[in-house]
Design a protein around this ligand. Sequence first.
Ligand SMILES: Nc1ncnc2c1ncn2[C@@H]1O[C@H](COP(=O)(O)OP(=O)(O)OP(=O)(O)O)[C@@H](O)[C@H]1O
Ligand SMILES: [Mg+2]
Length: 236
Amino acid sequence: MLLEANRINVNIGPVQVLRNLTINIEKGETISLVGRNGAGKTSTIKSIIGLYQVKSGKIIFDGQEITTVPPHVRATELGIGYSPEDSRVFPDLTVEENIKLGIWLSRRIKDEKEIEEIIFSIFTEIKKLWKRRGLYCSGGEKKMVSIARALALKPKLLLLDEAFEGLAPIVVDRFIKAVNQIKEMGIAILVAESNVNNAARVGERLYAIDRGEIIYEGEPQKIFQDQTLLNIIRGY
Ligand SMILES: Nc1ncnc2c1ncn2[C@@H]1O[C@H](COP(=O)(O)OP(=O)(O)OP(=O)(O)O)[C@@H](O)[C@H]1O
Ligand SMILES: [Mg+2]
Protein backbone atom coordinates (compact mmCIF):
# COMPACT_ATOMS: atom_id res chain seq x y z
CA MET A 1 0.00 0.00 0.00
CA LEU A 2 1.33 3.46 -0.92
CA LEU A 3 -1.04 5.62 1.12
CA GLU A 4 -3.21 4.73 4.07
CA ALA A 5 -5.30 7.46 5.66
CA ASN A 6 -6.74 5.57 8.57
CA ARG A 7 -9.87 6.85 10.37
CA ILE A 8 -8.73 10.46 10.29
CA ASN A 9 -10.68 13.26 11.97
CA VAL A 10 -10.00 16.88 11.05
CA ASN A 11 -11.42 20.01 12.65
CA ILE A 12 -11.24 23.55 11.32
CA GLY A 13 -12.17 25.75 14.25
CA PRO A 14 -15.45 24.43 15.60
CA VAL A 15 -16.31 22.56 12.39
CA GLN A 16 -15.49 18.89 11.93
CA VAL A 17 -14.63 18.70 8.24
CA LEU A 18 -13.51 15.03 8.10
CA ARG A 19 -15.06 12.21 10.12
CA ASN A 20 -13.34 8.85 10.56
CA LEU A 21 -12.21 9.05 6.98
CA THR A 22 -10.33 6.07 5.57
CA ILE A 23 -8.75 6.10 2.12
CA ASN A 24 -6.18 3.66 0.74
CA ILE A 25 -4.19 3.94 -2.46
CA GLU A 26 -2.07 1.16 -3.91
CA LYS A 27 1.23 1.89 -5.65
CA GLY A 28 0.49 3.13 -9.16
CA GLU A 29 -3.29 3.14 -8.66
CA THR A 30 -5.63 5.90 -9.84
CA ILE A 31 -8.56 6.66 -7.56
CA SER A 32 -11.21 9.32 -7.75
CA LEU A 33 -12.84 11.11 -4.84
CA VAL A 34 -16.26 12.44 -5.74
CA GLY A 35 -18.66 14.61 -3.75
CA ARG A 36 -20.80 17.72 -4.04
CA ASN A 37 -19.49 21.20 -3.21
CA GLY A 38 -18.47 21.38 0.44
CA ALA A 39 -18.41 17.59 0.86
CA GLY A 40 -14.78 17.51 2.05
CA LYS A 41 -12.70 16.69 -1.05
CA THR A 42 -10.25 19.58 -0.68
CA SER A 43 -10.02 18.98 3.08
CA THR A 44 -9.08 15.34 2.39
CA ILE A 45 -6.33 16.38 -0.02
CA LYS A 46 -5.05 19.11 2.32
CA SER A 47 -4.87 16.57 5.15
CA ILE A 48 -2.88 14.14 2.98
CA ILE A 49 -0.37 16.83 1.98
CA GLY A 50 -0.28 18.14 5.58
CA LEU A 51 -1.86 21.58 5.22
CA TYR A 52 -4.60 20.53 7.65
CA GLN A 53 -3.68 18.91 10.95
CA VAL A 54 -5.20 15.61 11.83
CA LYS A 55 -6.85 15.49 15.27
CA SER A 56 -6.99 11.71 15.44
CA GLY A 57 -6.20 8.84 13.13
CA LYS A 58 -3.06 8.09 11.16
CA ILE A 59 -1.62 8.77 7.75
CA ILE A 60 0.95 6.29 6.48
CA PHE A 61 2.83 6.89 3.23
CA ASP A 62 5.19 4.38 1.67
CA GLY A 63 5.56 2.50 4.95
CA GLN A 64 6.24 5.56 7.10
CA GLU A 65 3.85 7.35 9.43
CA ILE A 66 3.59 10.97 8.22
CA THR A 67 0.66 12.24 10.32
CA THR A 68 2.70 15.14 11.72
CA VAL A 69 5.33 15.56 8.95
CA PRO A 70 5.27 19.14 7.55
CA PRO A 71 3.84 19.70 4.04
CA HIS A 72 7.11 20.76 2.36
CA VAL A 73 8.80 17.55 3.53
CA ARG A 74 5.90 15.47 2.17
CA ALA A 75 6.14 17.29 -1.15
CA THR A 76 9.88 17.60 -1.72
CA GLU A 77 11.35 14.63 0.16
CA LEU A 78 8.66 11.97 0.40
CA GLY A 79 7.13 12.36 -3.06
CA ILE A 80 3.57 13.61 -2.62
CA GLY A 81 2.73 15.98 -5.48
CA TYR A 82 -0.13 18.44 -5.10
CA SER A 83 -2.02 20.49 -7.66
CA PRO A 84 -4.47 22.77 -5.78
CA GLU A 85 -7.98 23.57 -7.05
CA ASP A 86 -7.04 27.19 -7.79
CA SER A 87 -3.78 26.17 -9.58
CA ARG A 88 -1.64 28.87 -7.81
CA VAL A 89 0.30 29.85 -10.89
CA PHE A 90 2.40 32.92 -10.09
CA PRO A 91 1.41 35.72 -12.51
CA ASP A 92 4.83 37.39 -12.70
CA LEU A 93 6.83 34.21 -13.31
CA THR A 94 7.06 32.47 -16.66
CA VAL A 95 5.57 29.02 -17.13
CA GLU A 96 9.09 27.58 -17.01
CA GLU A 97 9.85 29.37 -13.73
CA ASN A 98 6.51 28.33 -12.26
CA ILE A 99 7.24 24.69 -13.07
CA LYS A 100 10.89 24.71 -11.98
CA LEU A 101 10.32 26.60 -8.75
CA GLY A 102 9.79 23.39 -6.77
CA ILE A 103 12.93 21.80 -8.23
CA TRP A 104 15.06 24.82 -7.33
CA LEU A 105 13.68 24.92 -3.80
CA SER A 106 14.02 21.19 -3.19
CA ARG A 107 17.66 21.00 -4.39
CA ARG A 108 17.00 17.27 -4.71
CA ILE A 109 16.47 16.86 -8.44
CA LYS A 110 19.43 17.77 -10.60
CA ASP A 111 18.40 16.91 -14.12
CA GLU A 112 16.13 19.71 -15.36
CA LYS A 113 16.33 18.51 -18.98
CA GLU A 114 14.93 15.12 -18.03
CA ILE A 115 12.05 16.81 -16.20
CA GLU A 116 11.35 19.01 -19.24
CA GLU A 117 11.19 15.94 -21.48
CA ILE A 118 8.76 14.18 -19.13
CA ILE A 119 6.52 17.26 -18.95
CA PHE A 120 6.56 17.89 -22.72
CA SER A 121 5.72 14.23 -23.34
CA ILE A 122 2.54 14.62 -21.31
CA PHE A 123 1.59 18.21 -22.12
CA THR A 124 3.11 19.05 -25.53
CA GLU A 125 1.14 22.35 -25.33
CA ILE A 126 3.39 23.57 -22.52
CA LYS A 127 6.38 23.83 -24.88
CA LYS A 128 4.71 26.74 -26.67
CA LEU A 129 3.86 28.43 -23.37
CA TRP A 130 7.32 27.98 -21.85
CA LYS A 131 8.35 31.67 -21.77
CA ARG A 132 4.85 33.07 -21.23
CA ARG A 133 4.10 34.74 -17.91
CA GLY A 134 1.51 33.11 -15.69
CA LEU A 135 -0.65 36.20 -15.96
CA TYR A 136 -1.34 35.47 -19.63
CA CYS A 137 -2.23 31.79 -19.24
CA SER A 138 -5.85 30.66 -19.60
CA GLY A 139 -7.59 28.72 -16.84
CA GLY A 140 -6.96 25.39 -18.61
CA GLU A 141 -3.31 26.28 -19.24
CA LYS A 142 -2.86 27.15 -15.56
CA LYS A 143 -4.22 23.73 -14.62
CA MET A 144 -1.63 22.12 -16.92
CA VAL A 145 1.16 24.23 -15.40
CA SER A 146 0.03 23.33 -11.91
CA ILE A 147 0.00 19.60 -12.68
CA ALA A 148 3.39 19.91 -14.43
CA ARG A 149 4.84 21.68 -11.39
CA ALA A 150 3.72 18.80 -9.15
CA LEU A 151 5.16 16.28 -11.64
CA ALA A 152 8.52 18.08 -11.73
CA LEU A 153 9.27 16.80 -8.24
CA LYS A 154 8.89 13.21 -9.49
CA PRO A 155 6.14 12.22 -7.05
CA LYS A 156 5.05 8.70 -6.14
CA LEU A 157 1.55 10.04 -5.51
CA LEU A 158 -0.09 12.95 -7.30
CA LEU A 159 -3.04 14.75 -5.68
CA LEU A 160 -5.18 16.58 -8.25
CA ASP A 161 -7.88 18.83 -6.80
CA GLU A 162 -10.62 19.60 -9.36
CA ALA A 163 -8.31 18.99 -12.31
CA PHE A 164 -11.22 19.13 -14.79
CA GLU A 165 -13.28 21.96 -13.32
CA GLY A 166 -14.29 24.63 -15.82
CA LEU A 167 -12.80 22.76 -18.79
CA ALA A 168 -14.70 22.24 -22.05
CA PRO A 169 -15.65 18.57 -22.67
CA ILE A 170 -12.94 18.13 -25.32
CA VAL A 171 -10.33 19.54 -22.93
CA VAL A 172 -11.56 17.18 -20.20
CA ASP A 173 -10.80 14.32 -22.64
CA ARG A 174 -7.34 15.81 -23.14
CA PHE A 175 -6.72 15.92 -19.36
CA ILE A 176 -7.99 12.37 -18.84
CA LYS A 177 -5.48 11.24 -21.48
CA ALA A 178 -2.75 13.09 -19.56
CA VAL A 179 -3.81 11.41 -16.30
CA ASN A 180 -3.57 8.02 -18.03
CA GLN A 181 -0.08 8.83 -19.30
CA ILE A 182 1.01 9.86 -15.82
CA LYS A 183 -0.40 6.60 -14.50
CA GLU A 184 1.64 4.68 -17.10
CA MET A 185 4.74 6.25 -15.56
CA GLY A 186 3.89 4.31 -12.39
CA ILE A 187 2.65 7.31 -10.43
CA ALA A 188 -0.38 6.83 -8.17
CA ILE A 189 -3.05 9.51 -8.58
CA LEU A 190 -5.94 10.81 -6.48
CA VAL A 191 -8.37 12.98 -8.45
CA ALA A 192 -10.93 15.01 -6.50
CA GLU A 193 -13.89 15.77 -8.70
CA SER A 194 -17.43 17.06 -8.18
CA ASN A 195 -18.71 15.74 -11.52
CA VAL A 196 -19.58 12.08 -11.02
CA ASN A 197 -19.38 11.24 -14.75
CA ASN A 198 -15.82 12.55 -14.98
CA ALA A 199 -14.88 10.89 -11.68
CA ALA A 200 -16.11 7.51 -12.93
CA ARG A 201 -14.13 7.88 -16.17
CA VAL A 202 -10.79 8.53 -14.56
CA GLY A 203 -10.51 6.24 -11.54
CA GLU A 204 -9.90 2.51 -11.28
CA ARG A 205 -11.61 2.76 -7.92
CA LEU A 206 -13.91 5.44 -6.61
CA TYR A 207 -14.62 6.93 -3.21
CA ALA A 208 -17.66 9.12 -2.62
CA ILE A 209 -17.63 11.63 0.22
CA ASP A 210 -20.41 13.59 1.87
CA ARG A 211 -20.34 15.77 5.00
CA GLY A 212 -16.74 14.70 5.61
CA GLU A 213 -17.55 10.98 5.57
CA ILE A 214 -16.82 8.28 3.00
CA ILE A 215 -20.22 6.99 1.87
CA TYR A 216 -19.09 4.67 -0.96
CA GLU A 217 -15.95 2.83 -1.96
CA GLY A 218 -15.73 0.52 -4.93
CA GLU A 219 -16.06 0.11 -8.67
CA PRO A 220 -16.73 3.45 -10.38
CA GLN A 221 -19.47 2.19 -12.72
CA LYS A 222 -21.49 0.57 -9.90
CA ILE A 223 -22.29 3.97 -8.48
CA PHE A 224 -24.73 4.58 -11.35
CA GLN A 225 -26.90 1.71 -10.10
CA ASP A 226 -27.63 3.48 -6.80
CA GLN A 227 -29.96 6.42 -7.35
CA THR A 228 -29.99 7.48 -3.67
CA LEU A 229 -26.21 7.70 -3.64
CA LEU A 230 -26.17 9.58 -6.96
CA ASN A 231 -28.65 12.13 -5.60
CA ILE A 232 -26.43 12.79 -2.57
CA ILE A 233 -23.30 13.16 -4.73
CA ARG A 234 -25.09 15.48 -7.15
CA GLY A 235 -26.45 17.50 -4.23
CA TYR A 236 -30.17 17.02 -4.93
N1 LIG B 1 -10.38 26.67 6.38
C1 LIG B 1 -11.67 26.42 6.61
N2 LIG B 1 -12.40 27.16 7.50
C2 LIG B 1 -13.70 26.88 7.73
N3 LIG B 1 -14.38 25.93 7.12
C3 LIG B 1 -13.73 25.18 6.23
C4 LIG B 1 -12.35 25.38 5.92
N4 LIG B 1 -11.97 24.47 4.98
C5 LIG B 1 -13.08 23.76 4.72
N5 LIG B 1 -14.13 24.17 5.47
C6 LIG B 1 -15.48 23.61 5.42
O1 LIG B 1 -15.37 22.22 5.32
C7 LIG B 1 -16.34 21.68 4.43
C8 LIG B 1 -15.64 20.91 3.35
O2 LIG B 1 -14.95 21.81 2.47
P1 LIG B 1 -14.03 21.32 1.29
O3 LIG B 1 -13.37 22.53 0.73
O4 LIG B 1 -13.18 20.22 1.75
O5 LIG B 1 -15.13 20.77 0.27
P2 LIG B 1 -14.99 20.33 -1.25
O6 LIG B 1 -15.60 18.97 -1.34
O7 LIG B 1 -13.60 20.47 -1.71
O8 LIG B 1 -15.94 21.37 -2.01
P3 LIG B 1 -15.81 22.07 -3.47
O9 LIG B 1 -16.36 21.07 -4.45
O10 LIG B 1 -16.71 23.25 -3.34
O11 LIG B 1 -14.38 22.41 -3.71
C9 LIG B 1 -17.15 22.88 3.92
O12 LIG B 1 -18.32 22.98 4.67
C10 LIG B 1 -16.23 24.05 4.18
O13 LIG B 1 -16.96 25.22 4.38
MG1 LIG C 1 -12.70 21.59 -3.15
